[in-house]
Design a protein. Structure first.
Length: 247
């Protein structure tokens, strides 16, 4: 009888140990699920923020392409959930969160990451599209920043095409590198809704900086904001820019 009880106790201890191990494994999986959900939530939020920055009248083709790429990534999270839970490396889907940390799951995404980490380099494709738009525009153009008509060209009182969302802002956005290829990024950057005629001097001063940040900077020589200095009407900007309280 005593031997029987002793064996039963051993079985209970063994079962308890197995149960404890199983609970530990379940806990690890639950933690991983939470991490995956957070990564997906962050990716979706970043995607929403980026879509808000795109011009309101974006073409259907670009929108569909962007949506397809983004949804493919999102679908991957759900379709491979079980694989991810059982893989030490997080599965074969690259989340935006991991991409920003320098972690990728595929060779294709590694190439995207390498290019992203190289830093901003002006892509010649951007200029080709913009130059084509400029060359096919009339000699006299109207600045949507000021409402004034000017001759296009370089120099004082001449107009140049300005990227509302600068090339650098687009190029340094991790969303753009993970979800879109070079050609689509160039099309977005040089979409007519993102190209506006601006005084050449103002365009040179603005450079690759954020429009609103640059516009509200105080010019040390005049004591005026750049918007005031170059006669830019902030009310007109609301038609084609994202204001701070909208992001």
């Amino acid at each position: 009888m005593n031997n029987y009880i002793h064996l039963e106790e051993l079985d209970l201890k063994a079962n308890y140990a197995d149960l404890e191990k199983e609970l530990e494994n379940l806990s690890k999986k639950e933690c991983l699920r939470i991490e995956i959900d957070k990564g997906l939530e962050n990716s979706l939020k970043e995607l929403e923020d980026l879509m808000e920055k795109l011009p309101e009248q974006q073409t259907q083709t670009l929108f569909e392409q962007y949506t397809k790429n983004a949804m493919d990534a999102v679908t991957g999270h759900f379709g491979l959930a079980s694989t991810i839970l059982n893989a030490k490396d997080g599965g074969n889907v690259t989340t935006l969160h991991n991409f920003e940390k320098g972690i990728v799951a595929t060779e294709e995404d590694l190439q995207k990451l390498t290019k992203y980490q190289q830093g901003y380099k002006r892509d010649s494709n951007y200029d080709k599209i913009k130059d084509n738009i400029r060359d096919n525009s009339p000699k006299i153009v109207r600045s949507e920043y000021t409402g004034e008509e000017m001759k296009k060209g370089a120099g004082k009182n001449k107009a140049q095409l300005d990227h509302v969302i600068s090339l650098k802002e687009i190029d340094r956005d991790p969303n753009m590198h993970l979800f879109l290829d070079d050609a689509i990024r160039a099309e977005i950057a040089n979409h007519p809704d993102n190209l506006k005629w601006l005084d050449a001097s103002a365009n040179a001063s603005k450079g690759d900086r954020d429009l609103m940040e640059w516009g509200k900077e105080i010019d040390p020589k005049t004591g005026k904001t750049n918007f005031e200095k170059y006669g830019i009407d902030e009310k007109k900007l609301k038609k084609f820019t994202i204001q701070p309280n909208q992001t």
